[in-house]
Design a protein around this ligand. Structure first.
Ligand SMILES: Cc1ncc(C[n+]2csc(CCOP(=O)(O)OP(=O)(O)O)c2C)c(N)n1
Ligand SMILES: CC(=O)[C@@H](O)[C@H](O)COP(=O)(O)O
Ligand SMILES: [Mg+2]
Length: 642
């Protein structure tokens, strides 16, 4: 443990007795209530040191205690959807001693991860996968695989995604015993949107758990035998819950709820009862508060969804100061500027208005901005429809989440040559969220599509021009990518100027080696070029700007007039460098002896660390680029460290 001021170190006598959930088994309900309080304090204390996802975890403290107290994890498979709420779970499942390493290099992941613990039976970080995975476990158990119950805990935001309904559809049909706990905090990262969200609110409003009334048939079959201390209470509660006629019941689930997810006097007997009696799939509707129990989180607009390190007493976060604007903000402001001139421009986000900067766009153009909820596939096809209908949609999605909408990109956008503009944020390595959130693959999966224009901004000024380029380009689909975090501090243009499609630019000229950068590694490439020229190796540096269409003239010129050509990009193999290699091979340039290397992300999933450290692992910082050039030329590499 680190040296926190005494005030930040909660006293945790009951929690201190729990190393793994088995240690909770003999505890009374009163002790479990105290355990929950201590777990909440410990979570706040840990996240104040590490930063990370706070609000969702605070909202499920009681639920975490109740599930582990009642079920037999890890034999029973507890699957947290997204996994951003799993810190209290990690504390109770043998990882308390490392909880203050969350999201740091070599530390605990910020999400559930199979390699980390048997209590994480299924890894996550992208939403809405839990019901499918839980159903898979259950079917495997029934067919002689790993035994145990399967419990999916899924938030109201994640429940709106197609995958969740695909899983419910299948689970309702199979009829297997399966627990889906709907953790309804009436929040996504932003306030939730859509008809499902309204439906859940109506369910809640229709049967407030404070007024337990109206016995219902479906619940009666679940009622317990005389069942120790909680049985009477469970019976009362189940009698009063809304059952019959809910959407979930129509899909083949028994429905119980809504129940107060912060009241262990309700949760414990309810879970004990359903564990003893449930037969088929069951949806347990639990109402919680995001950020529960920590005033600064409860008061935050995102209910404390994610935080930097903070002072526990004041809630004040330690945010790094920067002189440059974030890429996200530059994108949003540029799009607003374009949209002010062109009323056909509209914007689409899949539940990430703040993360993509489209909250700013929505403030300015509320009728032209669409938050479709966690529904990337729909976001893409909806954008395709908008384009087919004559609008100019900018579909802003993080690189990693666009993966979920790939068939829609191919089938609905690219094949129909519809001018959807993909604004691909969080391109490249993102840091603390780790491998699940790395934007590694978009260049490879976008640039292989016929007719797709693919750009990468080298700095924030370039991003302004790429937004203008996408706005002006109406012949087919286009995409531009940019990273998480702040720009490099270059002078900003007054307004964006559309770039010539498929034209790169030369940044400096030198005779022996050509460095061809695609994206924001350009700054490192320029530094490497400085270092190389100090060693007497003169370099040309070019910024490709486009992975598709390639600037063939520029690339062939570079290849013909240099001894070596090195490509660098923040993406996996199969992207920009592969396209350049194909061009050079087709043009017969290799036959004439060009030394060619393509620096891409390594063929591994890189765990969380700072982005700089991750790029060092990837071998893409300036000294490593220098080393690559020297090796390529056959010059001994001395005195270079990542
Ligand atoms: C496929 C996908 N899209 C977007 C996200 C980003 N994201 C992470 S958590 C979250 C909100 C989830 O809301 P909910 O399931 O209600 O959980 P809560 O945070 O409210 O507990 C979003 C949009 C994601 N992880 N995965
Ligand atoms: C859990 C999740 O998917 C998001 O909360 C994500 O961590 C946000 O990432 P940014 O901080 O880059 O917006
Ligand atoms: Mg929610």
């Amino acid at each position: 443990m680190t040296d926190l001021p005494q005030t930040h170190k909660p006293k945790t006598p009951v929690l201190d007795r729990v190393r793994i959930p088995a240690d909770m088994k003999g505890m009374s309900d009163r002790e479990l209530r105290q355990l929950a309080d201590e777990l909440r304090s410990e979570t706040i204390s840990a996240v104040s040191e590490t930063g990370g996802h706070l609000g969702a975890g605070l909202g499920v403290v009681e639920l975490t205690v109740a599930i582990h107290a009642v079920f037999d994890t890890p034999r029973d498979k507890l699957i947290w959807d997204v996994g951003h709420q799993c810190y209290p779970h990690k504390i109770l499942t043998g990882r308390r001693d490392r909880i203050r390493t969350l999201r740091t290099e070599g530390g605990l992941s910020g999400f559930t991860k199979r390699s980390e613990s048997p209590y994480d039976p299924f890894g996550a970080a992208h939403s809405s996968t839990s019901i499918s995975a839980a159903l898979g476990f259950k079917v495997a158990a029934d067919l002689g695989g790993d035994p145990g119950d399967a419990i999916a805990v899924i938030g109201d935001g994640s429940m709106s995604a197609g995958m969740a309904f695909e899983a419910m559809n299948n689970a309702g049909h199979l009829g297997k015993r399966l627990f889906v706990i709907l953790n309804d905090n009436e929040m996504s990262i932003a306030p939730p949107v859509g008809a499902l969200s309204s439906y859940l609110s109506r369910l809640y409003a229709g049967a407030p758990f404070q007024e337990l009334k109206a016995a219902a048939k479906g619940a009666v079959s679940l009622l317990p035998h005389p069942f120790q201390e909680g049985a009477r209470r469970a019976k009362e509660m189940l009698k009063g819950m809304t059952v019959g006629g809910t959407l979930f019941e129509e899909l083949g689930f028994s429905y119980v709820g809504p129940v107060d997810g912060h009241d262990l006097d309700q949760l414990l007997p309810l879970l004990r009862t359903v564990k003893a009696r449930a037969q088929g799939p069951m949806l347990i509707h639990v109402m919680t508060k995001k950020g529960k129990g920590y005033a600064p989180a409860e008061a935050a607009l995102d209910k404390g969804h994610a935080t930097a390190k903070f002072d526990v007493l004041t809630g004040v976060q330690q945010k790094a100061k920067s002189n440059a604007p974030s890429y996200t903000k530059v994108f949003a402001q540029s799009l607003i500027a374009e949209a002010a001139r062109d009323d056909k421009i509209v914007a689409v986000t899949a539940a990430m208005p703040d993360g993509t900067g489209l909250n700013l766009f929505a403030e300015r153009f509320p009728r032209r901005c669409f938050d479709v909820g966690i529904a990337e596939q729909h976001a893409v096809t909806f954008s395709a429809g908008l384009a087919a209908g004559g609008l100019k949609p900018f579909c802003a999605i993080y690189s990693t989440f666009l993966q979920r909408g790939y068939d829609q990109v191919v089938h609905d956008v690219a094949i129909q040559r519809l001018p959807v503009r993909f604004a691909i944020d969080r391109a490249g390595l993102v840091g603390a969220d780790g491998a699940t959130h790395a934007g590694s693959f978009d260049v490879a999966f976008m640039a292989n599509l016929p007719g797709m224009v693919v750009m990468a901004a080298a700095d924030e000024a370039e991003l302004v021009h790429m937004v203008a380029t996408a706005a002006a380009y109406d012949e087919g689909p286009s995409a531009f990518r940019y990273p998480r975090g702040d720009g490099v501090g270059v002078d900003m243009p007054e307004r964006g100027e559309p770039l010539e499609i498929g034209r790169g630019r030369v940044m400096r000229e030198g005779g022996r080696v050509a460095l061809l950068s695609f994206g924001t590694r350009l700054a490192e490439v320029m530094r490497a070029a400085e270092g190389l020229s100090a060693r007497g190796v003169a370099c040309t540096v070019a910024d490709a700007r486009f992975a598709k269409p390639l600037d063939q003239d520029l690339i062939l010129q570079l290849a013909r007039h240099h001894e070596a050509l090195i490509c660098i990009e923040e993406g996996a193999v199969g992207g920009f460098g592969s396209h350049v290699a194909q061009l050079l091979a087709d043009a017969g340039v290799f036959d004439r002896g060009l030394k060619f290397r393509s620096m891409v992300l390594p063929d591994t999933f890189i765990d969380q660390a700072s982005p700089e450290a991750m790029y060092a692992v990837a071998g893409m910082n300036a000294p490593q680029i220098e080393a690559k050039v020297l090796e390529t030329l056959g010059i001994a590499v001395v005195g270079l460290r990542a």
